[in-house]
Design a protein around this ligand. Structure first.
Ligand code: ATP
Ligand code: MG
Length: 650
């Protein structure tokens, strides 16, 4: 008997394969699969070897202490993250670009490693002068300007843990996050630029800190010139005044490997965000190693991660990973559609970017706008592409490969989470044969498996729950102030095994295919269907730009598939097209997944980090009050969708 809930059906069969290009492989940092064997044979030794490439003030005594579900890595070791990202590069790279920053209005600025070191030290001294000390927490609520990574590195330098709160969040969200960790100071800016307008931040901070007793100081960077009359005597300080007369150097604190480096709230796709705690030695080892190998970093690379630093991707792959490797990291303040949909490609052309790491949601938006935008720019500097954030639909992968990579650049689809700290499932671009839509294999030293409800590995080709079976250095240590929730959320499903919350399957060759969140799986007549596969079948149709599949309660089948679909520019969303799309899904992945309902919409509800919130779509489809929307990018989308949906149901 098929027990419902045991496994997830695997329906999508993608057969395209891409070997590493010969010239890429010839120069790749890792071009030999032996590294997997080395790491498998002794993961602790592998991670210790990688940690040894960092600079430690005092070496560790023990690599791992594992008291499930609590891990400690590099016990007894002392180091400083800002020292690893800055000081140790000064001798050879003082004048190399560390951060190449572009503002949305078109202003730009380059910080060399020397510049960045100087300003981080000055700001670190400034924070100390305000009474911020080792062990304190500092909230950071800023636009994507260079002072944001500077603030993070300054906190790291003096041993204060940062909590970056995405600059698009409301005063209440900021207030709650400050109170959750009892932050002593907030670092902000008067405002930032987004889609051609300035948006205020300092005013929002003022509203938040009215109800945060722990805050003693607010530091404000002047960016938009909109807060000059908002400064409260005694509490508020201008960033430029604070750093002006500070010494140019600041001794880095000797931090214990297990001291907290930062806490960060998850995107909140499934519910209330969790305050994920990351520590110093293990986290940096993970961020450093994965950046080096997954992005094949070379001395001359110009590396661009488009993520906002408000999300973990910005932490690990815009700041700590690239800087600990001594790389040049590009940072952009604004949106991809300002002043037009070719902004990203203009930036790549302007700075001759060689590596670009972005999200599937952005790629699908670019697909929708058409190929003419990338075609306007010279993208030949690119040699490697990456994606993160959601499963990438094979058609979006192909579009990225062809129209951005010019068919020459490997695409690394990287699976990981805020909780994992660094990439866990990914190709190594000089080694791995790529399959569009697959994140391929666990990174060396990572043990991932797909299991059924009882924790038993499912066979190759079958879908189930993705788990990580061994501790890894950059894993979260707890949820801030809530170890019970930490245990419950990640470790209660299977003893001593980390449950990711995502579904996956492996294929005959052991490649991993992410199937989306387990909570989103659709149950049709005792079959469990992944949202990802239905969505990929829809996006495979030339008229479709983006799709979200959900299960809607159904009297006979349990659930029926309903799909919310956004069509490409200049396509008419007609009934005939809806019928054609249903047929297309049947043909691609089978009648069992055929949507009962196709609902066309111009926009889908997404988190601030661009992930589709399927739980809200389920609420709409089933006519319930919609759940928590505080992490939604645009709350208006929900009301519009509700109204439209109600109309068609009548
Ligand atoms: P919350 O946990 O609060 O619901 P969230 O899971 O969206 O929020 P993040 O940690 O930012 O918060 O996102 C991690 C999740 O993103 C993963 O669990 C997975 O569902 C998805 N994801 C990230 N990268 C990939 C990828 N390459 N392929 C498939 N899914 C991915
Ligand atoms: Mg999550």
């Amino acid at each position: 008997m098929v027990e419902s809930g045991d496994k997830i059906d695997a329906l999508l069969h993608e057969t395209r394969r891409f070997e590493p290009p010969a010239d890429f492989q010839a120069r790749a940092t890792i071009s030999d699969a032996a590294i997997y064997d080395e790491a498998d044979a002794d993961p602790e030794a592998f991670w210790a070897r990688m940690a040894g490439e960092l600079s430690w003030f005092k070496p560790w005594d023990q690599v791992l202490d594992w008291q499930p579900p609590f891990a400690k890595w590099f016990i007894g070791g002392k180091l400083n993250v800002s020292y690893n990202c800055l000081d140790r590069h000064l001798e050879k790279k003082r004048n190399k670009a560390a951060i190449v920053w572009e503002g949305e209005p078109g202003d730009w600025k380059v910080y060399t490693y020397g510049d960045l070191h100087r300003e981080v030290c000055q700001f670190a001294n400034g924070l100390k002068s305000l009474g911020v000390q080792k062990g304190d927490r500092v909230a950071i609520y800023m636009p994507m300007i260079p002072e944001l990574p500077i603030a993070m590195l300054a906190c790291a330098r003096i041993g204060a843990a940062h909590s970056v709160v995405f600059g698009g969040f409301s005063a209440e969200s900021l207030r709650d996050r400050i109170n959750d960790c009892q932050a002593k100071a907030v670092i902000t800016a008067d405002g930032g630029y987004r889609r051609g307008n300035s948006f205020p931040l300092k005013a929002t901070v003022d509203e938040a800190v009215a109800e945060t007793p722990s805050i003693e100081a607010v530091v404000t960077v002047r960016r938009t010139g909109t807060a000059d009359d908002l400064m409260t005597e005694g509490r508020d300080h201008w960033y430029h005044d604070l750093i002006k007369d500070q010494p140019l150097t600041c001794e880095p604190e000797w931090m214990d490997s297990e001291d907290m480096l930062f806490l960060l709230y998850t995107s909140g796709t499934t519910g209330k965000p969790k305050g994920v705690v990351h520590t110093t030695g293990g986290y940096l080892t993970g961020a450093y190693t994965t950046t080096k190998f997954v992005f094949d970093l070379k001395e001359e690379d110009v590396y661009w991660c488009t993520a906002d630093i408000g999300w973990v991707t910005g932490h690990s792959y815009l700041v700590y990973g690239p800087l600990s490797n001594g790389a040049t990291s590009v940072m952009y303040e604004g949106t991809p559609d300002y002043p037009d949909w070719d902004r990203f490609w203009a930036i790549i052309e302007k700075y001759r970017c060689t590596i670009c790491y972005t999200a599937p949601t952005a790629i699908r938006a670019f697909m929708r706008q058409g190929e003419e935008h990338p075609r306007k720019h010279d993208l030949t500097s690119l040699r490697l592409l990456g994606t993160v954030g959601e499963p990438i639909n094979p058609e979006a992968w192909m579009w990225y490969w062809e129209h951005i990579g010019g068919g020459r650049c490997p695409v690394v689809d990287t699976w990981w989470q805020t909780e994992t700290g660094s990439i866990l499932i990914t190709p190594l671009p000089g080694v791995t044969t790529l399959k569009p839509g697959s994140a391929t294999r666990p990174f060396p030293g990572i043990s991932a498996e797909v299991v059924d409800e009882k924790g038993k590995p499912v066979g190759r080709g079958e879908g189930g729950l993705l788990v990580i079976t061994k501790p890894w250095p950059s894993m979260l240590r707890t949820i801030y102030g809530d170890p019970e929730r930490y245990k419950e959320q990640y470790w209660s499903r299977f003893p001593n095994i980390y449950f990711t919350g995502d579904g996956a399957r492996t294929d005959e060759e052991g490649y991993f295919w992410l199937l989306g969140r387990v909570d989103d799986v659709i149950n049709v007549a005792a079959h469990r269907i992944s949202t990802m596969e239905v969505e990929s079948a829809l996006v495979d149709h030339p008229a479709v730009a983006e799709a979200a599949a959900i299960g809607k309660n159904h009297e006979i089948k349990g659930q029926a598939v309903a799909a919310f679909v956004t069509v490409r520019k200049e396509i008419d969303p007609t009934d005939a097209l809806a019928a054609e799309l249903k047929q297309h899904v049947t043909k691609k992945i089978g009648a069992i997944a055929r949507p009962d309902e196709i609902f066309f919409t111009a926009e889908l509800p997404k988190t601030r980090s661009g992930k589709i919130m399927r739980r809200l779509l389920r609420d709409i489809a089933e006519g319930r009050a919609v759940g928590d929307t505080t992490t939604l990018a645009d709350p208006n989308v929900i009301q519009k969708l509700k109204d439209q949906y109600a109309e068609t149901e009548e």
